[in-house]
Write a protein that binds this ligand. Structure first.
Ligand code: XIL
Length: 473
């Protein structure tokens, strides 16, 4: 600890002023001095977070609250240091659609206008989320909620079309802990496909925005991030539009920066998506906090598809967890040691993001994505698509009605020995091993002639593939 403190203060307060003092005696203009010092310390070193991140093609952003845009200290730091902003609350469902069908963009528009006027880009946050829903949406369920979600995504993404760098299309959809399951929510209960529906809807409304999945406790490799990984892999295999994964990165002593943070960012990047650090804050102070910030920044710089970092607020007093003093500026707007650590890390270089998409290094799924079989006679058919990884799998089953409409269906399939189902969506399974009957649930039993629906299940071991027996009612 002592050694680290000594090293930190040595480079910060002794090394820097010395050339400045020498130069001061040599040249007259203060502006020339500042520029000369910056060049002297490193050929490419920036002097602000945004400029330094831009040296490697990345952005450095912050969450912004509209009601602080009249605070001159706040705006001064914002305009000087950052080149990406995320509205902290103003684009959430409760803010943008307080009554169903009545949209209010006043506060969010203020942030977007401020960003545009000052050359900053905008991350949109968040289109579909279980939290911060307006009361009317909290009270909806089933197809009414699904429709309301689709309308919300369409309206908001259309309003901001062309102005958003990346949207957090879906936020926090997976459960904490070891289940690897989806988080239970009113949106999840509309059917497991709600996430892909949200992504497809967002793409249609704003084809130019990158579309991200965003979550917390996914910063290292664990059951939750494995489940997100499987979803992204599946989306890529089936052509569901997804461009990026956001890692919120809210850290403190109970939830420290994981040792495999960089490796986790890299494995997602290898799926062919950008990765971004979207809500960074690290509780603490002094050297320990600074060191942690430095680690996070270096991890992003080491991953070529890590395209940017956003901190979740400017001053400690602006933070949603202000008591943990988790940000880069103190309550008075002074730079903290954490700021210097971030700037130094950004100036330490990194691999620039590639201009072309690198090929994914993870193997493709072992079976092709499902294609809808032609309707044949009456009854139904069932086609399986398997995403297999070491020790686990997700199987998607497409059920297609034949030449006549059906009122219900049952799919029977036999799992390979040793396989066990841990989670099923959009169907009711009779068991978890061996031969399992999957029966439709309320909302997906009725299918018109030739129409189809999809259900799926996740499990351990080796999953089933091919076709399965389908019986119609
Ligand atoms: C937080 C805001 O910072 C607070 O002002 C608000 O009261 C609650 O939400 N994950 C997210 C963010 O995706 O939207 C949350 O922001 C913090 C956790």
């Amino acid at each position: 600890m002592d050694k680290m403190l000594a090293r930190g203060s040595g480079s910060g307060s002794t090394a820097r002023p010395r050339p400045r003092a020498v130069l001061l005696s040599m040249v007259a203009g203060a502006a020339v001095v500042a520029a000369t010092v910056a060049v002297a310390s490193s050929a490419s070193a920036g002097t602000t977070l945004g400029a330094s991140a831009a040296e490697s093609g990345r952005y450095f952003g912050t969450a912004v609250a509209a009601n602080k845009l009249s605070d001159s200290t706040y705006v001064g730091i914002l305009n000087r240091e950052f080149n990406m902003v995320t509205p902290e609350n103003e684009m959430k469902w409760d803010a943008t659609e307080p009554s169903q069908g009545q949209f209010n963009y006043t506060s969010a528009d203020r942030i977007v206008s401020h960003a545009q006027a000052n050359g900053m880009r905008v991350r949109g946050h968040a289109l579909a989320w279980h939290s911060q829903q307006p009361g009317w949406a909290q009270n909806l369920s089933g197809s009414a909620l699904r429709q309301a979600m689709v309308n919300h995504v369409t309206q908001v993404a259309t309003h901001y079309r062309g102005k958003i760098y990346a949207w957090d299309v879906v936020n926090e959809a997976f459960a904490d802990g070891t289940s690897g399951a989806r988080r239970d929510s009113n949106l999840q209960r509309t059917g497991n496909d709600w996430i892909e529906v949200a992504f497809r809807t967002a793409r249609a409304a704003d084809p130019g925005a990158k579309l991200c999945y965003n979550d917390y406790n996914t910063d290292g490799q664990n059951a939750k991030s494995n489940a997100v990984y499987a979803m992204v892999q599946d989306f890529k295999a089936r052509g569901v539009p997804i461009d990026c994964v956001g890692f919120q990165s809210h850290f403190n002593s109970a939830s420290p920066v994981p040792s495999d943070y960089q490796a986790n960012l890299q494995r997602f990047a290898n799926l062919g998506v950008d990765v971004q650090i979207t809500e960074l804050d690290i509780e603490g102070s002094g050297t320990t906090q600074a060191d942690n910030y430095g680690r996070v920044v270096r991890a992003c710089l080491a991953v070529s598809r890590c395209t940017g970092i956003t901190v979740w607020g400017i001053r400690d007093t602006d933070s949603w967890r202000a008591s943990g003093t988790p940000l880069l500026f103190d309550g008075s707007g002074n730079k903290k040691p954490a700021y210097t650590a971030v700037l130094n890390a950004l100036n330490g270089g990194g691999t620039p993001p590639p201009t072309t998409t690198p090929p994914a290094t993870t193997p493709p799924p072992t079976t092709a994505p499902p294609t809808t079989p032609p309707p044949s006679g009456s009854g139904c058919t069932a086609t399986l698509a398997l995403n297999q990884w070491q020790g686990g799998f997700v199987t998607y089953v497409r059920v297609t009605a034949g030449a006549n409409p059906i009122n219900g269906w049952t799919v029977v399939l036999t799992l390979p020995g040793g396989a066990a189902i841990t989670n099923t969506w959009s169907a009711q399974p009779s068991g978890t091993t061996g031969t399992v009957n999957f029966r439709n649930v309320d909302y997906n039993g009725q299918l018109g002639a030739g129409a189809s629906t999809e259900f799926g299940f996740q499990g351990t071991g080796v999953g089933p593939s091919g076709t399965a027996t389908c019986t119609a009612r």
